[in-house]
Unconditional design. Sequence first.
Length: 341
Amino acid sequence: MKEFTYVKAPDMDSALTALRTPGTQLVAGGTELLNWLKEGIEAPDHLVDITGLPLTGIGVGPSGQLRIGALARMSDLAAHPEAARERPVLAESLLLAASPQLRNMATIGGNLQQRTRCPYFRADTALPCNKRASGSGCAALQADDTAQLAIFGWTRECAATHPSDLAVALAALDATVLVSGADGERRVPAVAFHLTPEEAEPQHHTALGPDELITAVEVPGRPSARLSHYLKVRERASYEFAVVSAAVTLELTADDTIGSARIALGGVAHRPWRLTAAEEALRGTALADNDALRAAVAISFADARPLPGNGYKVQLAQRAAVRALRDAARRGGPGANGGSR
């Protein structure tokens, strides 16, 4: 690990000014950055500690909008009543992520900036990886084992998947990521915050500029968020990244027909993957009609491009989405969705 300078930013202006110096990285909880340093993924000249910035708050606005400071801890958000009661998909995604120790340290902003867990990206030895060294190739696509790779949005340059559980829930909730830089604040839809290799060179992971930082995440206040669920399929029950995951929000009519649904998948692309075609097809579908649910979800998989070793994800992801819809609906009852049921 190379030597670097360390300074604690006293305010936002200081942090943004420091970011204009090449070779500067921000550090907060450090649970991800420490991995990058040890694995040689990053080798900054300067570290700027932003834990003193006033970005830890979690609050609800007049319209029911939930505003989450970028430095709020994962465990604090998971325990917050607006997440646990009003947006269960949010709390579930956090409680199924990492370990309790990491959740007590990791921040919301840092979680969204995780890098892929592709073993070739994180390899100790110098294997070809376009995310680490542009133009070097993709060792994952040259290997026999492609089981964990993407089925949407990949190219021959990169077929990695994004690991954040929280990002999948935020995509289903139509959340917005607030970003500040030298040119002021801008708003990025959560579903567009992470970049696929189809949209940018693989080494560009997010829409965040080099001189920008996340200040907050805003989640709209919608009745559908109450009927929501996060389903995570993984190879073991504890501290494991998703093979496939599904985040769902649901609005039901009085006769158990789907009024609206939002579905985002994890483990299938380098960003949370919204099933927009399925969402449209699900409108007016009876929740009890399992065949209709499956057919509607399957529409969004017409563009799936599985690799030789990960075709199983196509069926697994569809089944996860249908099950998440049903699990979300079980949260219903008199008064669910603000009285629409």
